[in-house]
Ligand binder design. Structure first.
Ligand code: ADP
Ligand code: MG
Length: 477
């Protein structure tokens, strides 16, 4: 029973606390039980537990009670989690709702009390669109705030073109890509831009999930004609996460008609999905082919440079939000290297660091980042082990593996050993004492000395810097 309730509660909370807070603080929580008015939650770290207790206890209690529980307070225990079940595992809203509703349930089969989809992240839709209330747009999701790199350049250019609002050239524009790569951001950016250029334009942005809820509601309240005329009266229709309507037959049907009606009127349509049209299962063929008839562009997984660029931009924004927090320069590079999953996780990591640093009045250092983000880092960990690093480094410098852990202090052996220590520190989540143990039981200060030495040399010794890059690449592949 608790499981079902928690799924609902979490979706509700997402609307209440906003997307970023949700990812950072609520998503990592689990509900372990409810007993005499106390809801027991689990959190992956102390820091999250404290922060949630201080900032989100009330909304959680309210959401629990709203979902039918009867609690007056929460208790959060810190729970060492199994790797993989961590905060970084985020789901799309669609997945989450699907989880709650059950996969096969098509729209009309919903119970009358079905919850409306999560409330908007940020309020204030552009003024011109009052009469076509779509989902409100997030003010941060503008073109100005979108960092362009190789993986998203094409999608960005296409979005820009549509946002110029000139003659409709490709219709629909279909954006697809994995979770957290910027699809929603680009769609909001298009909406903002169009609205700014032409305040009269009726821009309707909503998720496929909301499209379905509206449709179901219209059916229930016998206002299907209003529904139809509303959707046919817009100038630009944007439907986010369209994969959500796959398998939901009557919603698909209605979507298809809306789509055709707008295309016939030469109105721009922008669609996003988590995969290419042809790969969406349980989507009708005629819809697939319709979706493919315009321009289909994908957002590729981020690369290191793009991640670093995004982190730098978000760090600047956080600096404004959190005031006097300073961040050591190597932290961003480290995060860009280590968190390769999706941008949302990167953002969440940064938010958590800034929150902690401002709370404690501390600088954000590499060590602090590693401690605070242990759960996220663990989940995006490449499976590189200290032993592998030792082996590769030994091979590269042509020394014996046993010398890695042995006592020899000869430069030709000690230097590669320090390089292995450095790589172990940067490429694994092992702590210094743990690394020390794997280097023949050396003290953590010896490891730290080795790491520092290599960091220092990296700047002046270009051969060594090159070796490091090469070794990293070898180990990552
Ligand atoms: P998607 O819809 O593809 O799952 P989102 O658009 O919601 O992803 O992006 C997730 C988060 O990452 C958002 O907060 C968004 O602002 C941010 N983000 C993604 N790509 C970029 C980018 N290129 N520049 C700046 N922020 C980005
Ligand atoms: Mg999205």
């Amino acid at each position: 029973m608790t499981n079902i309730v928690w799924g609902d509660v979490r979706s509700k909370l997402r609307g209440v606390v906003g997307e970023n807070n949700f990812i950072t603080w609520i998503a990592p929580l689990g509900l372990t039980g409810i007993e005499s008015g106390v809801a027991r939650l689990s959190a992956p770290t102390n820091f999250i537990a404290n922060w949630v207790n201080r900032n989100f206890a009330d909304p959680i209690v309210r959401a629990l009670n709203g979902a039918g529980a009867n609690v007056h307070r929460i208790e959060i225990a810190v729970e060492a989690r199994v790797p993989g079940a961590t905060a970084a595992k985020t789901m799309t809203g669609a997945q989450r709702v699907q989880e709650t509703l059950g996969k096969s349930s098509d729209a009309p089969a919903l119970p009358a009390s079905a919850p409306t989809p999560a409330a908007p992240v940020t309020a204030a839709a552009p003024s011109g669109s009052e009469d076509v209330a779509g989902a409100p747009l997030d003010q941060r999701y503008t073109f100005d705030n979108f960092v362009v790199g190789k993986p998203n350049a094409l999608a960005h250019a296409a979005a820009r073109r549509v946002a110029e609002g000139a003659a409709v050239t490709f219709n629909p524009l279909f954006l697809y890509g994995g979770v957290g790569l910027g699809k929603t951001h680009l769609m909001h950016a298009i909406a903002w831009e169009l609205q700014t250029r032409n305040p009269e334009a009726k821009v309707l942005y909503l998720s496929a999930e909301q499209f379905m809820y509206r449709f179901v509601q219209a059916l229930r309240e016998r206002q299907i004609m209003d529904f139809k005329s509303l959707f046919r009266s817009v100038d630009i229709l944007m439907v986010d996460d369209v994969q959500f309507i796959a398998g939901k037959d009557s919603t698909q049907e209605e979507f298809f008609h809306t789509f055709n009606a707008l295309i016939d009127q030469n109105k721009q349509i922008v669609i996003s999905a988590d995969r290419a049209p042809g790969e969406i299962k349980d989507l009708e063929e005629r819809i697939k082919s319709r979706l493919q008839s315009g321009l289909v562009v994908d957002l590729h997984p981020t690369d290191y440079e793009l991640r670093l660029g995004i982190l730098q931009q978000k760090a600047d924004q956080n600096r404004k939000a959190y005031g006097e927090v300073s961040i050591a320069p190597d932290v961003l590079e480290y995060l860009a290297h280590r968190i390769t999953t999706n941008v949302r996780v990167l953002e969440g990591a940064l938010t958590r660091l800034f929150a902690l640093a401002s709370l404690l009045g501390r600088e954000i250092t590499l060590d602090m980042a590693q401690d605070t983000l242990a759960d996220i880092l663990r989940s995006s960990e490449r499976k590189v082990t200290v032993e592998e690093i030792q082996r590769k480094v030994a091979e590269h410098y042509n020394i014996r593996l046993s010398d890695m852990i042995g006592p020899k202090r000869l430069r030709t052996i000690a230097r590669p050993r320090q390089i292995a220590m450095y790589l172990a520190k940067h490429m694994t989540t092992r702590s210094l004492p743990e690394i020390g143990r794997r280097f023949g039981g050396r003290d953590h200060t010896t490891i730290l000395h080795g790491v520092r030495k290599v960091e220092e040399l990296r700047g002046s010794d270009s051969q060594l810097a090159e070796d490091l890059e090469l070794l990293k690449r070898l180990l990552e592949s």
